[in-house]
Design a protein around this ligand. Structure first.
Ligand SMILES: C[S@@+](CC[C@H](N)C(=O)[O-])C[C@H]1O[C@@H](n2cnc3c(N)ncnc32)[C@H](O)[C@@H]1O
Length: 554
């Protein structure tokens, strides 16, 4: 099978006049980068492979690595043929960009950072989606297209900029990065932080001199955004070439930002909250231990490490079709109080959730115990990708997943509600991620002080879950609270499990629980592009369309 795939890849590149021996090392590298995922290599007629080949050739030319005249000939022939492919691809991109209202011309210069910031952070993340931005330097781009190095393809100019040698500091570099946002952005992030973790593939910039418009076709790839902190590498890929690189600090575990106070101590774990006399795997024991009491005396997990069907079904129905008794109401709601301390409104209610309790340090079982799923971390192969559907980056699975499988937890900074609202006030509308309120047990707790109510914010620091997009009602993931270190439900982990079988390469989505009609919510809801038949933003869309039509009528 692999032989046949290699043969087909050679066949595709041979058609462009590229000799097999030149493709071979590129293919090998790609296979490594894509974790042997042939589908990504074969996509769009081997686009990644062909782009990578030409990128390599260009780098060789820039470095001055000589080729024999025969090789140059072959390469030129191949370039000419490739230009035809790129032209037609360019047309396709133009067509699709009109369709979804997104233009690849609208990529904003990515570098807006001070040198100090650059040295500190691992990735450069914008807080808005590039698709909504205007090109601030439209004329400059055209100019640069004209001034770029001598054309190698008829009708097209390659605007190849010098490769940056070091971190982003000088004004000149900023200007260079304006020329090629994605490419220079990724290079800057690479040099600023983790040179080894960033691999750039197949970036190709084309300046069309005919219509005075520059188009960028780029693909970029980071082999592991977690920088080795997770069990498994988490790659990032931008096939579409229309995403600014996200900027945030990858963190595999929640961490206190500043004022949050969590009661985590061994002394708080009472005998009935652990299973100190267990050995090995609690799930193999004929009688469920004390740690199963939270879930009604039965463990939530199967021997295969999946959620039990009944448990999952109950969680989904409580989320999708909540009844009145599924809500808890605080006497003095921390959320309302943080919105208006003087005159807080009445609690609007918090959805009750079923908790899972995992075994932990005071338990006698071992780390492979079947009741330790979330704490063992991510085990499935995930990838951050550019959705191209008006949602920015998203998360997908690179393997098919069964129903009830643990995917990842939502990791972020642990903030008090007050800290979160202060953050929001200071950042205006520039927010990108959705903070998660740890309110699953608020109503049944004593009245929480402002400094006690907690939430997780993954805007600046977080894990891969910060890329999970929202889908109304029929999302393929559900968030379930999980107690690990403390029986105190004031702080818990929020873990994502699949609600159904999920196919390989399918986007992973989660229902954020947004009320799109709530105009008072401190975080303005986005315009939902989830595509679900039961999208809750429909009313708003209708209202918008109605208003537009009425305005048009006047
Ligand atoms: C937790 S982040 C998800 C990752 C994000 N797409 C990114 O590019 O970093 C949440 C943000 O993604 C965008 N988003 C998520 N789901 C969306 C949807 N269904 N429609 C439109 N935008 C969405 C919104 O901008 C939202 O504030």
């Amino acid at each position: 099978m692999t032989k046949e795939r290699v043969y087909n890849a050679f066949k595709a590149t041979r058609a462009l006049g590229i000799p097999d021996e030149e493709v071979k090392p590129v293919l090998k590298k790609l296979l490594k980068v894509y974790d042997k995922n042939w589908e990504l290599i074969e996509a769009e007629d081997y686009r990644a492979l062909i782009d990578s080949y030409f990128e390599l050739r260009e780098t060789e030319v820039i470095k001055g690595e000589k080729k024999s005249p025969a090789e140059d000939d072959a390469s030129e022939r191949a370039s000419k043929r490739a230009s035809k492919r790129v032209c037609s691809q360019e047309q396709e991109d133009q067509a699709s960009s009109t369709l979804d209202g997104t233009s690849i011309n609208n990529l904003e210069p990515a570098i807006r950072k001070s040198p100090q910031l650059c040295a500190e952070s691992s990735f450069l993340f914008p807080s808005r989606q590039s698709s909504q931005k205007k090109d601030p330097f439209p004329n400059e781009r055209v100019e640069r297209g004209r001034n770029s190095p001598s054309p190698r393809l008829p009708g097209l100019q390659y605007s190849k900029q010098p490769i940056l040698e070091s971190g982003c500091s000088s004004l000149q570099r900023k200007k260079v990065s304006n020329n090629c946002p994605i490419r220079d952005h990724i290079k800057n992030s690479a040099y600023c932080s983790e040179p080894d973790s960033v691999i750039q593939l197949g970036t190709l910039e084309l300046a069309s001199t005919q219509n005075n418009v520059t188009h960028y076709l780029a693909s970029q790839h980071i082999t592991d955004i977690s920088k080795g902190t997770e069990n498994i590498k988490i790659s990032l890929i931008d096939d579409l070439g229309n995403g600014d690189l996200p900027k945030f600090m990858y963190m595999p575990h929640n961490i206190i930002y500043q004022n949050a106070h969590m009661q985590i101590s061994l002394a708080r774990i009472a005998d009935e909250d652990c299973c100190s006399s267990c050995l090995g795997d609690c799930l193999s024991s004929p009688l469920p231990c004390a740690c199963a009491s939270e879930t009604g005396g039965e463990f939530a997990y199967t021997q295969q490490g999946l959620l039990k069907q009944e448990f999952l079904r109950d969680c989904v129905s409580m989320k999708v079709d909540p009844q009145k008794h599924h809500y808890v109401f605080c006497q003095d709601c921390p959320l309302e109080r943080s919105k208006n301390e003087e005159m807080p409104e009445q609690c609007k209610g918090h959805l009750l959730k079923k908790f899972i309790k995992e075994c932990w340090r005071k338990c006698g079982c071992d780390m492979n115990c079947g009741n330790r799923v979330v704490q063992r971390g991510i085990t499935c192969s995930l990838q951050v990708f550019c959705t191209g559907e008006g949602k920015g980056w998203g998360l997908r699975t690179l393997e098919s997943l069964p129903k009830g499988a643990f995917v990842c937890e939502y990791v972020g900074e642990i903030l008090t509600n007050m800290e979160l609202f202060e953050r929001n006030e200071n950042s205006g509308n520039e927010r990108h991620t959705y903070p998660v309120t740890l309110d699953a047990d608020w109503g049944s707790e004593r009245i929480l002080r402002d400094e006690e109510a907690l939430c997780l914010d993954a805007t600046f620091s977080g894990n891969v879950a910060r890329f999970i997009n929202h889908r109304c009602d029929d999302a393929n993931l559900i968030d379930i609270p999980v107690q690990v270190e403390t029986p105190d439900r004031h702080y818990y982990h929020l873990a994502f499990f699949t609600t159904r079988e999920v196919s390989k390469l399918e986007e992973l989505t989660w229902d954020y629980g947004i009320d799109f009609d709530d105009r008072d919510h401190p975080i303005k809801a986005f315009q939902c592009c989830c595509g679900s038949a039961s999208c809750r933003d429909v009313k708003r869309k209708r209202r918008r369309n109605g208003i537009t039509r009425r305005r048009g009528d006047n």
